[in-house]
Design a protein around this ligand. Structure first.
Ligand SMILES: C[S@@+](CC[C@H](N)C(=O)[O-])C[C@H]1O[C@@H](n2cnc3c(N)ncnc32)[C@H](O)[C@@H]1O
Length: 206
């Protein structure tokens, strides 16, 4: 199942209309927090930023963030949340409306490139490689994908039919002579029945 820009726009518009307050207070992703807490704040890319929880968490900790999504409704919501947090935080974020099927980061520019739960419309290896070009030497690439099938049981998950990053594809897409893998594993989600996340955290060798 692929979701195009219009489908995401509709999904975000409906979700924000019905649960805008709840979305504004959703906590940032725990894996992103775990990885970024170990890093010195610098320049980050949040690819597929959605409502902006991770972007705003990073900006509040001193990161300068480029936040990319193709859903204008999500970006507008994220931008207005940022403004309520004050100029210190809001000024550290550049919100970019763009399609990550083709959008290419500035080469070797970011100390952290995070891409969480992006539904990939094109090829997973090509998407991983293109996002990885944005990582500066010594920088970190964090990819998380919701697995459509639970590898332990073979059962479908709530992500059934979606194409997201997998550990095998991400590891194969990245040149092992240039990347060190700190994490490359499937992790069951904390809430029972919600499936398994593929988590890849790679550091670019200097
Ligand atoms: C499942 S949400 C994840 C949002 C956020 N990263 C998180 O972890 O909560 C996927 C996001 O990717 C965006 N997205 C999907 N395909 C995209 C594309 N081709 N280009 C840009 N954004 C895209 C959607 O609009 C949505 O905000």
């Amino acid at each position: 199942m692929t979701m195009d820009r219009g489908a995401w726009e509709d999904r975000w518009s409906q979700a924000l209309r019905e649960h805008g307050d709840r979305i504004a207070t959703m906590p940032p992703n725990a894996m992103l927090r775990g990885v970024a807490t170990e890093l010195r704040p610098a320049r980050a890319l949040d690819a597929g930023c959605g409502h902006g929880a991770e972007t705003l968490w990073l900006a509040a900790r001193g990161w300068t963030v480029t936040a990319v999504d193709f859903a204008a409704a999500a970006l507008a919501h994220a931008r207005s949340t940022a403004e309520t947090l004050g100029t210190d935080i809001a000024d550290r974020v550049e919100w970019v409306e763009a399609d990550l099927t083709t959008w290419t980061p500035r080469p070797e520019y970011y100390d952290l490139v995070a891409c969480l739960y992006l539904h990939v419309a094109g090829s997973v290896p090509e998407t991983v490689q293109r996002l990885a070009t944005g990582v500066a030497p010594g920088g970190t690439l964090l990819l998380v994908g919701h697995r459509p099938i639970d590898p332990a049981t073979g059962a479908t998950t709530p992500a059934a039919g979606q194409v997201q990053v997998s550990v095998d594809e991400a590891v194969a897409a990245l040149d092992a002579s240039r990347w060190t893998f700190d994490i490359a594993e499937d992790r069951p989600r904390a809430a029972a029945g919600t499936g398994v996340d593929a988590v890849i955290c790679a550091r670019r060798r200097r």
